[in-house]
Each structure stands twice: as structure tokens, then as C-alpha cells.
Ligand binder design. Structure first.
Ligand code: ZN
Length: 442
């Protein structure tokens, strides 16, 4: 089964349901850039795909960075003077600022307030905050709850540890016909947040499962890594292997109902950029295409100038553009099975273009070949389809000079890639085209 077959046979509803179920399973786990939550998450993914879990020791230098100490948390709460837990980590893991140092003390409200974070503009939601690279501690709570806090003697406890350990990440390498790779990367460092983090994990897992069963021209590398430090670590330890990455996509925010957004690679005109733009243009749905910027997710590292890999990012609503972003409202209701399924189909469509994009050389370059005598007119049923098919054959015959790929021809003709590709297949079968690499071998 080809990657295109994976896409055309995809049951989007069913896939969306499965993806939402995985998000639901992973939702309660308290993840951070290191620690038990990441390992537990990777352990669950290992039941679905043959993921290798790598452990990189604290203190390992990775370019300009250092693998940080490992953070683990068992419990955290704020109790009032009556001993009632008014903020409880076990109810919602967003209550604790990620990477909070261990802490236990009593204090008045004024002193405590310097360590409390809320969202006055969305007073019912709990914010998500981190303090990875600056030692601190803190709690996040709804602004409504903060407004009700009275001056009191509070007991504050964060039962965490920040000690030498490891940074954990998951890697799944799937060998294809060629050594050249397509990278699929997602971050796994956010706690109970669905669109930002879990939707990407779920989509990457589905892709890994499905591509395992497909015929692949490219090899695929799936990375499930903590954001920023994870990609920096992987790139530092795999500088040579990274040269095999021909195309890549950072999977993030693929579960909300927003329109599709593609963020181009730093190159801007990489094949993956053009494939994604082509698929979106013919998708019949609303979309936005943004230029690269050095802000966002791990594409920042893959597209740093020393690597400058052809890695873009396909998402729905981008980070920071939806009010639920980095709050407790990025929850299981915010993402939808339907949106997840649609996003998976979009990814498979882009990958199908990359898999099938090739250059051909016309074997009949002096004037048009006579298609009729070969039975190539109306070779595909349905009048609109047969018109498009004939048009596609004329375009492919004309532009197959070895310098134009099928994607180039699709763009020039305005026809969808799969129609151009089908036409090329018919022309090859009728010996009117030869793949460029074949002619080099001959
Ligand atoms: Zn985030």
C-alpha cells in the first residue's frame, strides 16, 4: 500500500476517535522537559509503536546548552490555617509551576502572592507556567480563586526534586527504500494540555503506525522530544545523521477547529514547503501560510543556520493565537476527534506528494505524442476527470524535460498533484516517459 493509498483509504472519523482516545489516556500525566511523566508517556507510546527511549545524562553539553537536572514531583498544595487544601496538585497538575524547586514553609497571603499566577482576562482558567532555566517555585490558579483568598497563615508545600538524572526522549526510525529521511517531530514536555502537545503526539503516533504498513521511498524518523532542549540534544548527538533529513514537519496544535496553518521552513521554497502549500491550495478548506520566524517550536532548532533543514510545521491554530493556549482550557473538550482526523489526512496528503514527486524525461520530445492511438484519451472515466486527465497528460509530456518535477508541473498547470501523478503513471506505462534517475543509470 502506498502512502497515497493510506490517505485515500483513511477513515477520518475512526482515526479521529482513536487519536482523541490516546490524548485522553495521556492527559492526566504530569510531564515536563525531564522526569517520570515523560517516561510514563513514552512507555504508553511504546505499546503502540516500537519506540526506542533514549536517556541523556544531566550535564551533557549540547551545543551552547547543557542537559538540565531531572525534575520530578510527587505532591504540592497550599493549605489554609484550618488545614484545608485550597490548591491541590493532585486535582490539576497545572497548579504547580513546572520545574518548581522543593519548598515547604508557612506564610501570609502577601508573601505568597509573589508566587501565585493567574489569568485576570480569563478568570476561570488556570494558566500554565514554567521555570526551567531559573530556579523558582510557584502555583497557578484561577483568578476567581485568588480573588477569594483571605489574609491567613498558609502552609505551602512543593514535594519535588531537582537532581542529576536524565533527559528522556523517544525515537522511531522506519527504514524506507532510500536512506534519505522524512522527519516527524513533536514535543512531549507539557502536562495536561491537549492541543499544544498531546494532539501532536497523537498524530505522530498514528502516522508512525500507518507508515509502518506502507511502501516507503523515504525512511522516516519520528522524534518525541521535550521542546527546545530535546531537539537541541538530538541535533547535537546526531549531527551526521541529521544530514540525511530531506524533509521534515513539526507536528503541533492539530486538534482544534481552527483553519490550517503552515509555517514554512527557513529556506522558504523547500519541497516540503511547496508540497504543503499545494495540498492546502487544493484542499477546499481555509488555510494560512506563514513565512519562517525564529520563534515557535522545534523548527527553530532544525532551521538554525548550521543545519538549515527543510523542516516546516503544519498546524491548525498556531501557538499563542487562541485564548486557550497554555491554560487549563486547552483541555479534552477544546480538541475534537473530527479536527484530529482531518489533520491526519492533511499530513498523509503532504507526505504522499513527497513520496511520489519525481522528475521524468519525455521519450517523445519532438511534438506531442499521439495519445489517441494509444487509448490515452478518456483513459479515466467521468467527463470532468477525463478532461483533467488529458490536460494533465499534455502538461506532463511538455514539461518532462528532466528539469521539472511532478510538483512543478502540478503548480504550473494548476491541477492537483494526484491527477498529474496518475497521468505520469499512464505515460510511463505507455513508454512515453522515463524517470530521470532511470536515464542516468542507463
Ligand atoms: Zn507550549
Amino acid at each position: 500500500m502506498s502512502v497515497r493509498d493510506l490517505m485515500t483509504k483513511l477513515d477520518m472519523q475512526q482515526a479521529g476517535k482513536e487519536m482523541h482516545a490516546l490524548v485522553t489516556q495521556l492527559y492526566p500525566i504530569c510531564r515536563s522537559i525531564t522526569g517520570a511523566g515523560v517516561r510514563e508517556t513514552l512507555g504508553i507510546l511504546q505499546q503502540l509503536i516500537p519506540l526506542s527511549v533514549r536517556e541523556v545524562a544531566t550535564g551533557t553539553p549540547v551545543f551552547d546548552w547543557t542537559v538540565p537536572r531531572e525534575w520530578n514531583i510527587r505532591d504540592a498544595y497550599i493549605k489554609n490555617s484550618r488545614g484545608e487544601k485550597i490548591v491541590d496538585f493532585t486535582h490539576c497538575n497545572l497548579h504547580v509551576v513546572s520545574y518548581s524547586t522543593p519548598f515547604h514553609a508557612r506564610m501570609r497571603l502577601d508573601e505568597l502572592k509573589a508566587h501565585l499566577f493567574t489569568l485576570p482576562e480569563n478568570p476561570a482558567w488556570i494558566p500554565y507556567r514554567t521555570s526551567y532555566y531559573k530556579e523558582n517555585w510557584g502555583f497557578c490558579l484561577s483568578h476567581n480563586q485568588l480573588s477569594q483568598l483571605k489574609d491567613d497563615d498558609y502552609e505551602v508545600c512543593i514535594d519535588s526534586s531537582l537532581e542529576p538524572g536524565h533527559l528522556s526522549y523517544g525515537e522511531y526510525y522506519l527504514k524506507g527504500d532510500t536512506e534519505q529521511e522524512i522527519l516527524i517531530s513533536c514535543h512531549i514536555c507539557h502536562p495536561s494540555l491537549c492541543n499544544d502537545n498531546l494532539s501532536g503526539i497523537s498524530l505522530a503516533t498514528q502516522l508512525a503506525q500507518r507508515l509502518t504498513a506502507a511502501q516507503r521511498r523515504y525512511s522516516y524518523r519520528f522524534l518525541f522530544i521535550p521542546g527546545t532542549i530535546g531537539s537541541i540534544t538530538w541535533l547535537a548527538l546526531n549531527q551526521v545523521a541529521a544530514a540525511q533529513i530531506k524533509h521534515g514537519l513539526v507536528v503541533v496544535c492539530v486538534g482544534d477547529a481552527g483553519k490550517f496553518t503552515y509555517k514554512k521552513s527557513r529556506r522558504g521554497d523547500a519541497e516540503v514547503d511547496r508540497a504543503a502549500a499545494h495540498i492546502l491550495r487544493h484542499s477546499g478548506t481555509e488555510y494560512v501560510i506563514n513565512d519562517f520566524s525564529p520563534y515557535g517550536y522545534d523548527e527553530r532548532q532544525y532551521c538554525s543556520p548550521g543545519f538549515n533543514l527543510s523542516v516546516g510545521s503544519l498546524s491548525r491554530s498556531p501557538h499563542g493565537t487562541f485564548p486557550q493556549y497554555h491554560t487549563s482550557a486547552d483541555n479534552l473538550e477544546f480538541i475534537r476527534p473530527h479536527s484530529l482526523g482531518e489533520s491526519l489526512a492533511m499530513y498523509l496528503s503532504v507526505l504522499a506528494v513527497l513520496e511520489e514527486n519525481r522528475s521524468y524525461l519525455s521519450q517523445n520530445p519532438y511534438c506531442e505524442p499521439q495519445l489517441g492511438k494509444r487509448g490515452l484519451y478518456k483513459a479515466i472515466g467521468g467527463s470532468a476527470d477525463s478532461m483533467a486527465s488529458e490536460m494533465a497528460m499534455l502538461w506532463v509530456c511538455n514539461l518532462s524535460d528532466g528539469n521539472h518535477s511532478l510538483l512543478d508541473i502540478a503548480e504550473s498547470s494548476g491541477l492537483p498533484f494526484h491527477i498529474i501523478q496518475t497521468a505520469a503513471g499512464l505515460l510511463v506505462a505507455n513508454k512515453l516517459l522515463r524517470e530521470v534517475s532511470d536515464t542516468r543509470v542507463a
